[in-house]
Design a protein around this ligand. Structure first.
Ligand code: NDP
Length: 460
C-alpha cells in the first residue's frame, strides 16, 4: 500500500507544470495536476500564443502599405475584429486540448479547481477535497500587476482583457515600457487604433541594449505610435467621450481604453504557502535554489512564480530539470545564462547575452560591431524603416557576449546566434561563417569594423 495518494502533485497546468507533470508521469510516477482555469497557462491562453496571432493580424496593415510599391492594388482592406477573435479562440481551444491530451497520454491526472498546499504532503483542490502526495510542485505562474492607488485605476484593462475586448477601441493609451507595453502598442497601432505609449523612464525596454532601446522607440514612432516618455498616470477619469488619462507632466490624453502593462506578479495568492512554511522573496515570488527546491522539503517551484527569467521556454526547462532530478535520478540544473529572448514589437527585437553597458561593467573592455541599415524589402518600397544589428565582444577573450538585432525576422535569427554564443563562439569563428545572401542575417557575419561610440575612444 503506497504511503501517499500520489508521488507528485503539481499546482498549475502552464508551461512549467505540464512539462514536469508529463515527464514525471512517464517515469511511472503517480501524478496529479490541479488547474483552476483552462489548461495551457499564460503562454497558451492569454500570453505568447494569442499575442503572436494578434501581431500577425496587425502586421497585415504594414504589408498592405508596402504591397503598393511592389505593384499591388489593394482596393479596400478592412479588418473584422470579432471574426479574428473567433478564429483566435478556436486555435487557442485546440492548443489547450493538445495540452490536456498530452497530460492524459502521459498518465497524469488532471483535477479542475484551485489547488492549495495544506502541508508538505497534502494538497487541497477546491471542490475535490484533499490528497496526500510525496512531492509538491508549485507552477502557478504570474498575473498582471495593476496599481491600486491611482484614482480611476480600475477603469483600465490589462493584457488579460486585451485578448477579449468586445470591440476594438478607436484610441488606446498603454502605460508601461516593457515587453507587453511595446508589443501591444505595435498590435493596436497596426490594427488602426490611435495608440499612445506612456512610460515613466527615459527610454523604453529597460534592461535591453541602449542602442536597441532608442532604435525601437524611433521605429515605433515612424509607424505611428505616439511615445510619451518620463511621465506616468496620476489619474484616469471617465467622461462622456471616453477616458481621460492625466499625467504627472500636466498633459492629458483622451482615449477609449487604457491598458496597464506595468509588469506581472507571481501568483501565490491563496496557495497556502505561508501556512506550509514556504519562504517567499522580498518581491513575493517563491524562493528556490538552483534545483528549484523551496526551503520546505518535498516542495519545489518552477516558472514565473519563482520570478527568475519569466519566459515560457525557461519555465519548461526548469520543469524538465525538476523531473529529471526527482524522477529519473539525473540531477539537473537549468543554466539561466545566455537565454535568448524576443520582443514581438513592430519591428521585432531578438537579443541574447549582454547589453553593451552590462558587458562593459562585467568585462571592462569590449569591442562593438554595429550597423543600422534599410532592410531590402523596405528600401525597395522607399520606406524609411531601419534595422539594427549589434555585436558585443569581450576584448580579452574575443568571445561574442552580446548579440542584438532589430528588424524583420530578428526573433528567428537570434535563436541561431544563441546556439553559437552558448558554445562560447569567438568573433574570429563567427566571422569564418559564410554569409547567406541576400538576407538581413548576413549582416551579422560581415561586421568587420569596430564601432567607436562618441566619447568611448578606448574601443578603437
Ligand atoms: P516588464 O517587467 O517587461 O515591464 C514592466 C514595465 O512597467 C516597465 O517598463 C516598468 O518600468 C513599468 N512599471 C512597473 N511598475 C510601474 C509603476 N508603478 N508605474 C509606472 N511604470 C511601472 O513587464 P511586462 O508586464 O511587460 O512583462 C512581464 C514579463 O513577461 C516580461 O518581463 C517578460 O519576462 C515576460 N514577457 C515576455 C514576452 C516575450 O518573450 N516576447 C512577452 C510578454 C511578456 P521600469 O522599467 O522603469 O521599472
Amino acid at each position: 500500500m503506497a504511503q501517499y495518494d500520489y508521488d507528485l502533485f503539481v499546482i498549475g497546468a502552464g508551461s512549467g507544470g505540464v512539462r514536469a507533470a508529463r515527464l514525471a508521469a512517464m517515469s511511472g510516477a503517480r501524478v496529479a495536476v490541479a488547474e483552476e482555469d483552462r489548461v495551457g497557462g499564460t503562454c497558451v491562453i492569454r500570453g505568447c500564443i494569442p499575442k503572436k496571432f494578434m501581431v500577425y493580424a496587425s502586421e497585415f496593415s504594414h504589408h498592405l502599405k508596402t504591397a503598393k510599391s511592389y505593384g499591388w492594388t489593394v482596393e479596400r482592406a478592412t479588418f473584422d475584429w470579432p471574426a479574428f477573435l473567433a478564429e483566435k479562440d478556436k486555435e487557442i481551444a485546440r492548443l489547450s486540448g493538445v495540452y490536456v491530451r498530452n497530460l492524459h497520454n502521459a498518465g497524469a491526472e488532471l483535477v479542475h479547481g484551485k489547488g492549495r498546499v495544506v502541508d508538505a504532503h497534502t494538497v487541497e483542490v477546491a471542490g475535490h477535497g484533499t490528497s496526500t502526495t510525496g512531492k509538491i510542485l508549485i507552477a502557478t505562474g504570474g498575473r498582471p500587476w495593476r496599481p491600486s492607488d491611482i484614482p480611476g485605476c480600475e477603469l483600465a484593462i490589462t493584457s488579460n482583457e486585451a485578448f477579449q475586448l468586445p470591440e476594438l477601441p478607436k484610441r488606446i493609451v498603454i502605460a508601461g515600457g516593457g515587453y507587453i507595453a511595446v508589443e501591444f502598442a505595435g498590435i493596436f497601432n497596426g490594427l488602426g487604433v490611435d495608440t499612445t505609449l506612456v512610460y515613466r523612464g527615459p527610454n523604453l525596454l529597460r534592461g535591453f541594449d541602449d542602442d536597441v532601446r532608442s532604435h525601437v522607440a524611433e521605429e515605433l514612432e515612424k509607424r505611428g505610435v505616439k511615445v510619451i516618455l518620463a511621465t506616468q498616470h496620476t489619474a484616469i477619469e471617465k467622461t462622456a467621450s471616453g477616458l481621460v488619462s492625466r499625467f504627472a507632466n500636466g498633459h492629458d490624453v483622451e482615449s477609449d481604453a487604457v491598458m496597464w502593462a506595468l509588469g506581472r506578479e507571481p501568483y501565490v495568492e491563496g496557495l497556502g504557502l505561508e501556512a506550509a512554511g514556504v519562504k517567499l522573496t522580498e518581491k513575493g515570488s517563491v524562493a528556490v535554489d538552483e534545483y528549484s527546491r523551496t526551503n520546505v522539503e518535498n516542495i519545489w517551484a518552477v516558472g514565473d512564480v519563482t520570478d527568475r527569467i519569466n519566459l515560457t521556454p525557461v519555465a519548461i526547462r526548469e520543469g524538465q530539470a525538476f523531473a529529471e532530478t526527482e524522477f529519473y535520478d539525473r540531477p539537473t540544473k537549468f543554466d539561466h545564462e545566455m537565454v535568448a529572448s524576443a520582443v514581438f514589437s513592430q519591428p521585432p527585437i531578438g537579443a541574447v547575452g549582454l547589453a553593451e553597458a552590462d558587458a562593459r561593467h562585467r568585462y571592462g573592455k569590449v569591442d562593438i560591431y554595429f550597423a543600422r541599415l534599410r532592410p531590402m524589402k523596405y528600401a525597395f518600397a522607399g520606406a524609411d524603416e531601419r534595422a539594427l544589428i549589434k555585436l558585443v565582444v569581450d576584448s580579452a577573450t574575443e568571445r561574442v557576449v552580446g548579440c542584438h538585432v532589430v528588424g524583420p525576422d530578428a526573433p528567428e535569427m537570434i535563436q541561431m546566434a544563441a546556439i553559437a554564443m552558448k558554445m562560447g563562439v569567438t568573433k574570429t569563428q563567427w566571422d569564418a561563417t559564410c554569409a547567406v545572401h541576400p538576407t538581413l542575417a548576413e549582416e551579422l557575419v560581415t561586421l568587420r569594423e569596430k564601432y567607436v561610440p562618441m566619447g568611448l575612444g578606448q574601443v578603437a
